[in-house]
Design a protein around this ligand. Structure first.
Ligand SMILES: *[C@@H]1O[C@H](CO)[C@@H](O)[C@H](O)[C@H]1NC(C)=O
Ligand SMILES: *[C@@H]1O[C@H](CO)[C@@H](O)[C@H](O)[C@H]1NC(C)=O
Ligand SMILES: *[C@@H]1O[C@H](CO)[C@@H](O)[C@H](O)[C@H]1NC(C)=O
Ligand SMILES: *[C@@H]1O[C@H](CO)[C@@H](O)[C@H](O)[C@H]1NC(C)=O
Ligand SMILES: *[C@@H]1O[C@H](CO)[C@@H](O)[C@H](O)[C@H]1NC(C)=O
Length: 381
């Protein structure tokens, strides 16, 4: 999602033919974010957007509650929205909205499912459901749901340090876009199915995305409401994804991009930005919207559709189910974070220069085991 700084890091890529690794197909539920407890497992940003310089103030939890911008509605769905009640004076820079990040980090061997009935859209609006490592953007970024303004389709992407590329030989139903994952836009794939974003998504009853984070690669599926796999709609605790078919977007581990070199355990992020360096670029903004991008003054857009309405976010693992007694990490800013680890991970990848003291656990064993341990570490959010 984010234009990232270009770091010249020479990643040595094997020129030898790479063996094909088969992705896992069997998963157990690890974490379910839904209903009245949806917001328990997330941290609020609580600062202006000093990351991508979009025109928002991402509220802290106290403010979010007070301004009613993050809550569970009468239908039991989580709502995350932009302030659409304040008329900001002309020239005001930032409008209030939300960015939340899971307290937990999910390692290779994870599958994340996101079910929404409404995504934020409208002029200047730039929402995303995405993932990041402890150090952003160095530890990798996966953009699962992302779009701007009045786009009618979702755009998926991965962002990495220099050295990872994709090409048209990759098997996926989406349309290949940029192929250098280390540049500003990342490696993009445009969703081909109808109603994956905007007004069309909401009118079609929403839909579901699943993202597989595996040493064999990163794969994303999208289903319209009527096509969602039964195991997901029935909320079974164990699921088999072998019948899911060709993903919308595929990033298979290969000689041109061994994903294990670029991604550390990932946190899930939900946010809404406004204007900024994609939605607000004049040549892009003016394709959909009048004037120039701004969030204040008489000409500012309406934000009545700038909200997520979410049935659930679920994380599954190739390890055994997480014991139900395992608590979501506490709500203080310095917390004990859990790393959900489920698959053996190459030892060469155990540390990629994380500056924050986070480390992966349980990665050296050659058995599939879920380890939900507590590390004293500072959670970024
Ligand atoms: C990916 O890199 C890891 C080491 O980081 C290595 O063990 C694995 O064999 C590589 N996979 C492929 C397909 O090259
Ligand atoms: C953004 O602000 C947060 C909160 O003050 C701070 O922790 C973080 O270091 C800042 N990040 C950048 C890139 O300036
Ligand atoms: C939330 O933000 C408000 C406004 O900046 C600030 O006054 C308050 O102390 C913050 N609360 C917490 C818990 O950080
Ligand atoms: C789905 O199952 C999980 C446990 O596996 C449970 O916590 C959650 O409440 C269920 N969601 C619904 C909507 O029933
Ligand atoms: C804000 O948007 C909601 C719909 O998302 C709408 O019901 C409400 O009336 C709007 N508020 C204002 C002040 O326009």
């Amino acid at each position: 999602m984010r234009t990232r700084r270009s770091l010249a890091l020479a990643m040595a890529l094997s020129l030898a033919a790479t063996p094909t690794v088969t992705p896992a197909v069997a998963y157990n539920i690890a974490r379910d974010y839904s209903g009245q407890t949806f917001f328990d497992g997330w941290d609020y940003y609580g600062f202006w957007d000093n990351l991508t310089l979009s025109q928002v103030w991402w509220l802290n939890e106290t403010q979010a509650t007070a301004e009613h911008l993050a809550y569970v509605n009468d239908a039991g769905r989580a709502v995350i929205r932009v302030d659409n009640t304040t008329t900001l004076p002309d020239g005001a820079k930032n409008r209030d909205t939300i960015r939340i990040t899971t307290k937990d980090f999910y390692d290779y061997g994870s599958l994340w499912v996101f079910d929404a009935t409404h995504l934020p859209y409208g002029c200047s609006v730039w929402p995303a459901f995405w993932t990041k490592g402890a150090t952003w953007p160095d530890n990798g970024e996966i953009d699962i749901v992302e779009g701007i303004n009045l786009m009618d389709h979702n755009q998926m992407a991965i962002h990495t340090l220099d050295g990872c590329t994709t090409d048209k030989s990759i098997v996926q139903t989406g349309q290949l876009g940029s192929t250098d994952c280390g540049t500003g836009s990342g490696c993009t794939v445009r969703e081909s199915k109808a109603n994956s974003f905007g007004a069309g998504f909401a009118q079609a009853g929403g839909g579901v995305w699943a993202t597989q984070f595996d040493v064999a690669g990163i794969y994303m599926w999208f289903w319209n409401r009527e096509d969602v796999p039964a195991a997901l709609t029935q909320n079974t605790s164990a699921i088999d994804i072998s019948s899911w078919g060709t993903p919308s977007a595929s990033y298979p581990t290969s000689a041109q991009c061994n994903v294990t070199n670029y991604f550390t355990p990932q946190q899930l992020v939900l946010d809404i930005a406004l204007c900024g360096d994609w939605a607000g670029v004049q040549g892009i903004y003016s394709q959909d919207c009048p004037g120039t991008c701004g969030v204040a003054g008489p000409g500012s857009p309406a934000y009545d559709n700038a909200y997520f309405e979410i049935n659930y976010v679920r994380a599954y693992t190739t390890g055994p189910p997480l014991p139900s007694s395992t608590p979501v990490s506490s709500t203080t800013s310095t917390v004990a974070a859990t790393v959900i680890t489920s698959a053996p991970v190459p030892t060469a990848n155990t540390d990629t220069g994380n500056k924050n003291g986070a480390r992966r656990i349980g990665s050296s064993v050659g058995v599939l085991a879920l380890v939900a341990s507590v590390l004293g570490m500072l959670v970024l959010s």
